[in-house]
Write a protein that binds this ligand. Structure first.
Ligand code: COA
Length: 437
């Protein structure tokens, strides 16, 4: 089995530790770690209360930091040359079912120490520890699409950036009801998380969000380019009965930007009517000619929302949530299925966690998963043969197993098996991860 005791290149040492949540003055090792992460992403290094706030969020998330140091370095005074954090949050797998995911974040390696196997050691160790603890799967969002497949991750969701031209009468196709009102961002302190949690359970592929989101929507984040007092607006939609159903936060891009633009920061709606009302509000703001959003679902809902669908333009689209199954039976049992059926999957996994022949039998939308040798009716040859990265990619149903067969990533040993798997994994709502980490 993969090692939980890492073997690092010579001259390097690993320290795994949990930030205490106390200020950097009392937890200097965690403070230096966080500053090094920010530097790794070319962000200004947080100091003072801004740094203390980030340490508080890290503790609230339950993060474990893994820092790689030069042998003999003192982690309290010397910077790590590699950083990595892991923490558990639920992933919504559809139809209000959730599985625990080990989230991986804050991955940086110092330019002087790249390509010596630091990331490989940190990742393989983290996955081995998570697997030993029985966590069904791991998840991350990637800076580049070519790094993580080698560790068994597959891209399971996409996200897009959109521009909506709201000049003139940007009419919506459907009915608009209730009212949308500007609020102080601070008023989202209790309402924001409550509405997020409900939207999360309506959106397959959503991961419970990090503690810092509370700071973003209430405009209390101290560090970074979108810190406090950088002009955040918040608006809440109430239905006709007066119940809050969704909210949006946004910033004005400034009078130097043409056309006059609003940039959506966060938008969460718990009903379709709330989505329509929030977009009607954004599209009809006085003086505003364009609305942009970098975290839009990749589901074409916005195009259908407007009478003139050409008002909506996708300016960028990329992979978003990457998943890595560690425990195949627990992961596959941890979601509901659109169709019944039985398939044998031969899974290849260089790290061993998911490798083997697995019998997936779905009845009444519930899966039973056992090693193929233990399946009722005896062993049968595999219907499909695939790498764990591709099984992880199709797991949520946002990527089609039939499409991966056509791409030559999944081998089909029984005709129609990939399409059958795709049908079983299909969701009743578009797959989207509403958060970044
Ligand atoms: C990405 C990064 C963490 C890699 O760290 P590293 O310690 O140099 O990686 P390793 O030496 O362990 O490499 C492991 C494997 O990944 C590959 N790899 C590493 N970085 C890669 C990249 N950016 N693109 C493609 N492959 C990459 C290596 O070639 C190696 O492959 P191999 O063993 O199959 O030959 C580092 O380059 C970095 O800090 N980048 C800037 C911050 C960043 O992008 N972080 C990722 C956030 S999601």
């Amino acid at each position: 089995m993969p090692r939980t005791d890492p073997v690092l290149p010579d001259g390097l040492a690993l320290h795994r530790f949990d930030p205490t949540g106390r200020p950097a003055a009392e937890d200097p090792r965690a403070g230096l770690f966080v500053r090094t992460v920010e530097r790794g992403f070319y962000e200004p290094e947080p100091k003072g209360t801004a740094l203390d706030q980030l340490l508080g969020y890290a503790h609230a998330d339950g993060r474990t930091y893994s820092g790689v140091y030069e042998a003999g370095a003192d982690p309290v005074a010397d910077r790590p040359v590699g950083t990595f954090s892991g923490f558990d949050k639920p992933l919504h797998t559809g139809r209000r079912r959730q599985v625990q995911a080990r989230l991986v974040s804050e991955v940086t390696v110092s330019p002087s120490h790249r390509r010596r196997g630091i990331l490989r050691t940190l990742m393989e160790t983290e996955l081995a520890i998570a697997a030993e603890r029985g966590v069904p799967l791991a998840a991350l969002t990637a800076s580049e699409a070519t790094i993580y497949r080698r560790f068994g991750f597959g891209a399971a969701t996409t996200v897009r950036s959109v521009e909506v031209d709201v000049r003139g009468d940007a009419a919506l196709a459907g009915p608009v009801s209730g009212r949308v009102e500007l609020v102080e961002p601070g008023e989202l302190a209790e309402l924001g998380p409550r509405l997020y949690d409900e939207a999360h359970l309506q959106t397959p592929g959503s991961v419970q969000r990090m503690a810092s989101y509370g700071g973003h929507e209430t405009d209390t984040i101290e560090a970074g380019r979108h810190g406090r007092d950088s002009g955040l607006y918040a608006a809440v939609h109430h239905d006709d009965g007066g119940t809050p159903r969704g909210y949006v936060t946004y910033r004005f891009a400034g009078w130097d930007t043409e056309p006059a633009t609003i940039r959506v920061s966060l938008l969460f709606a718990t009903t379709a009517a709330s989505t329509r009302a929030l977009w009607s509000f954004l599209a009809n703001l006085d003086l505003i000619e364009r609305v942009t959003w970098r975290g839009a679902p990749d589901d074409r809902l916005l195009e259908h929302l407007f009478v003139d669908h050409r008002r909506v333009r996708t300016t960028h689209q990329e992979d978003h949530l990457w998943l890595r199954l560690l425990d195949v039976p627990a992961s596959l049992r941890g979601r509901a299925y659109a169709r019944d059926g039985e398939l044998t999957l031969r899974v290849h996994d260089r790290l061993g966690h998911a490798a083997g022949d697995w019998n997936l039998a779905v009845s009444g939308g519930e899966a039973d998963v056992v090693p193929a040798g233990e399946a009722a009716g005896g062993r049968r040859g595999p219907d499909l043969e695939l790498d764990v990265a591709d099984l992880s990619g199709v797991y949520l149903g946002g990527v089609s197993a039939e499409v991966l067969r056509q791409a030559g990533r999944i081998a089909e040993h029984r005709r129609g098996a990939a399409a059958r798997l795709a049908g079983m994994l299909a969701q009743d709502r578009p797959v989207h991860c509403m958060t970044g980490f």
